[in-house]
Design a protein around this ligand. Structure first.
Ligand code: NOJ
Length: 751
């Protein structure tokens, strides 16, 4: 764990390939031999049993009778090491072939020690944060016997109405690829065989984040080129990082549910990427193909899923019930079943389950919430917070501030700050901002606490008035607002992204006191907070920061830490702008800043095309905050951008160097970002694409020369012929603080 601290503090300048170094997903001969030997002894029923994952029934006897018959390959949602060992003992000692069970759980951003939600982790632009978070989760979860997690979620999400945007790394393909690969490495450790390693399961394969209208489970319509350029690369990166398993997604893309999609499961995943791990369905997504209208009954659903390339079914039992008959009728070949079972056994061997199936039942008590885990979670929360506004340097709070008012429903909401997908983290271990602030300031400062609202959806004008009145006695008001954890995550989509309940009224009332309001937003997604940003002197966006959110935020507010997070997703001004993302293609009439807005239009104006560019009359074109945006307590200056060459061949590497200077008064870390635009292609190309980023720490006045290495091969895209190629021509390049700033320089790619 010492290494964690060391690495988190390191300058991260490594090219993306460094994240993919553990590409260990190719079978070794000894394992393959063991797999074949076991497979040759299995009956058809035992093979099909391995393809069945059940969710714990609670009652050990019921499960044991199935396990004894060899009808269960994996169990989801058992977390007690004694029960896990008991079930495992039945599989090892009482089933005919003694094949161990694979125990699974959704360990998404922590098991007990909860890290910031993945979207928050992505805001750190620090793969080490993601890796540390996954490692801690793996150490804690494996200590009770869990050896498989359903994470990372690496669905590109460009619609914050979709509640599951919280679970992923945001809108960008490159950022998600880097962070997702780091999470795979963290979960799986140096070797799957290590008892602290848990198998990762990149999900949801694929396109789930593009649900129409941001409504969960909805259909997607992603053409193959966009699928390959935008949605598939994070999964390919996860495969290269050695991901042991994959999960299919719920959505149908252009009419084909992922669980029955041969193209993505066989052609791409196995064929193009050489994946030899295990593919599991999402929860009942095999039988849900019936609701989709893609299969008439459970039998056809099982047939379509298995023939498409699924190995294991999560909870819906169509495989165990229907496959024996389907094989008899020749509708599913036994060789197809054999291949699925090989993929399952291979992972069980790689995890060392055959040699070491049991967990030390006393281990977990020494592992959970270890000080090093809490420290890593705090560091992650520090790096995940984004400073969106800081008027007149109100932050960090100065010693002249003698009284602070702590208000808002999220100031002391230990359960809510943990965020979505927390089954095992305990709220009584959460450190809230209120408690952390009190602990930090001791009796040096007066802290007035008046939440105003008990929870984020509460409507309570009297509470708002009481909070404003109490807060008016303070030098500075700290308002903790946002979303309860249940407002984001699976099936928790919203059509309105304004602050819920009376929180808007609360901020407005606080602003009216005339005292500076520092607004801290703890949420699972970007919210439309334009008005609150205007009303506040400073805004810190922490997403749901996890167990250690309180101390991390207290450190940031008082300057013991300096914000360095950047938006991993575009923040819209209003919902009507969605989808809004920086890497869009240009229209034939690209937006300019000469927008004609509603108030600019005369009554009975002539029927002209109002500026003739692509924007909204009531929202303009720009979002509230662009992708990659975030301030610091200090300021940074970029200069002297130099390219190693103005013209490069496809096999060459471009070196970009620039100077970065800390021009302010605090030591700080800047996430320097490199964007590229392919000016002309055989198909239209995004206006900008993130290709590299680096966290650079500088002391006040310090200037460093920083360089990025970019192999020209990474400019390849799926072109008009649906081939992945680098097309020669002109490119623009920016090294900048966010996706909207910076001057461009140019280079050419030549044949
Ligand atoms: C459904 C969710 O979509 C998936 O992400 C999760 O892993 C499974 N349920 C198992 O809980």
């Amino acid at each position: 764990m010492k290494a964690m601290k060391f690495f988190s503090a390191c300058l991260f300048l490594l090219p993306f390939v460094s994240c993919t170094q553990v590409a260990t997903n190719k079978g070794d001969a000894a394992t393959e031999k063991r797999v074949e030997a076991l497979l040759s002894k299995m009956t058809l029923e035992e093979k099909i049993g391995q393809m069945n994952q059940i969710s714990s029934y609670g009652n050990i006897e019921d499960m044991s009778s199935l396990i004894k018959k060899g009808e269960v390959g994996s169990i989801l949602n058992e977390i007690d090491p004694v029960r896990i060992n008991a079930l495992q003992r039945v599989a090892i000692e009482e089933s005919r072939l003694g094949i161990p069970l694979l125990m699974a759980r959704d360990v998404i951003h922590g098991f007990k020690t909860i890290f910031p939600i993945p979207l928050g982790q992505a805001a750190s632009f620090n793969p080490q944060v993601a890796k540390d978070g996954a490692r801690v989760a793996a150490i804690e979860a494996s200590s009770v016997g869990i050896r498989w997690t359903f994470a990372p979620m690496i669905d590109i999400a460009r619609d914050p109405r979709w509640g599951r945007i919280a679970e992923g790394c945001g809108e960008d393909t490159y950022l998600t690829s880097v962070m997702g690969a780091a999470m795979v490495e963290g979960f799986q450790g140096d070797s799957l065989n290590n008892p602290t390693s848990i198998a990762a399961c990149p999900k949801h394969f694929v396109g789930y984040g593009a649900a129409e209208g941001g409504r969960d489970y909805n259909s997607t319509f992603i053409p193959e080129r966009r699928l390959r350029n935008v949605y598939l690369p994070p999964f390919e990166a996860a495969t290269k990082a050695g991901a042991a398993t994959f999960m299919t997604s719920f959505n149908d893309n252009d009419g084909v549910p992922s669980t029955g999609n041969t193209f993505i499961l066989k052609d791409v995943l196995r064929g193009e990427w050489g994946f030899d791990g295990l593919v599991v369905t999402d929860w009942a997504s095999a039988s849900e193909m019936i609701s989709h209208g893609f299969a008439a009954d459970p039998k056809e659903a099982a047939m379509k899923a298995v023939n498409a390339g699924v190995d294991m079914e999560m909870v819906s039992y169509t495989f165990v019930k229907e496959l024996p008959e389907l094989v008899k009728e020749g509708k599913v070949k036994e060789s197809t079943i054999d291949e699925a079972v090989r993929n399952i056994l291979r992972i069980k061997y790689r995890l060392g389950l055959f040699d070491n199936p049991y967990v030390d039942e006393k281990l977990s008590s020494t592992v959970m919430y270890a000080p090093s885990h809490l420290e890593a979670a705090k560091q992650a929360a520090v790096e995940s917070a984004i400073l969106l506004k800081n008027d007149k340097g109100i932050l960090p709070l100065q010693s002249s501030v003698k009284t602070v008012a702590v208000v808002g429903p999220m100031a002391n909401a230990p359960y809510e700050q943990l965020g979505t997908w927390v089954f095992d983290g305990e709220k009584n271990r959460t450190q809230t901002p209120l408690n952390a602030i009190k602990e930090m300031v001791g009796d040096k400062l007066q802290v007035i606490y008046e939440p105003g609202l008990a929870y984020s959806r509460e409507k309570n004008p009297a509470g708002v008035a009481k909070a404003a009145s109490a807060a008016s006695r303070a030098d500075v008001i700290l308002a903790f607002v946002g979303e309860e954890s249940i407002l984001s995550g699976e099936a928790h989509c919203l059509a309105d992204l304004d602050l819920q309940g009376d929180q808007k009224a609360l901020i407005a009332a606080l602003a009216k006191t005339g005292k500076p309001v520092v607004t801290v937003v703890m949420a699972g997604r970007p919210l439309t907070i334009g008005k609150e940003v205007e009303e506040s002197a400073a805004v810190l966006y922490s997403f749901h920061p996890g167990t250690m959110g309180g101390p991390a935020l207290a450190d940031l507010l008082w300057g013991k830490a300096v914000p360095s997070g950047k938006t991993p997703v575009t923040f819209p001004k209003m919902v009507g702008q969605i989808p809004v993302y920086y890497a869009h293609n240009n229209t034939g009439r690209p937006a300019t800043r000469n927008e004609v807005l509603l108030n600019d239009i005369a009554v009975e104006a002539g029927q002209t095309s109002l500026g003739c560019t692509s924007f909204y009359m009531d929202a303009g074109f720009d979002p509230l905050f662009p992708f990659g945006y975030g301030l610091s307590y200090t300021t940074f200056k970029y200069s002297n951008v130099k390219l190693s060459s103005a013209a490069l061949k496809k096999n060459e590497v471009l070196t970009v160097t620039f100077d970065l200077e800390n021009t302010g008064k605090y030591e700080g870390t800047e996430v320097a970002q490199l964007y590229v635009q392919d000016k002309v292609g055989s198909v239209t190309r995004p206006v900008k694409e993130l290709k590299r980023f680096a966290r650079v720490t500088l002391k006040p006045g310090e200037k460093k020369s920083v360089s990025f290495e970019l192999p020209i091969s990474e400019l390849a895209f799926w072109n008009i012929d649906m081939a992945k190629v680098v097309e020669p021509g002109d490119f623009a390049l920016w090294v900048a603080s966010d996706s909207q700033s910076g001057e461009n320089v140019f280079f050419k790619v030549i044949d």
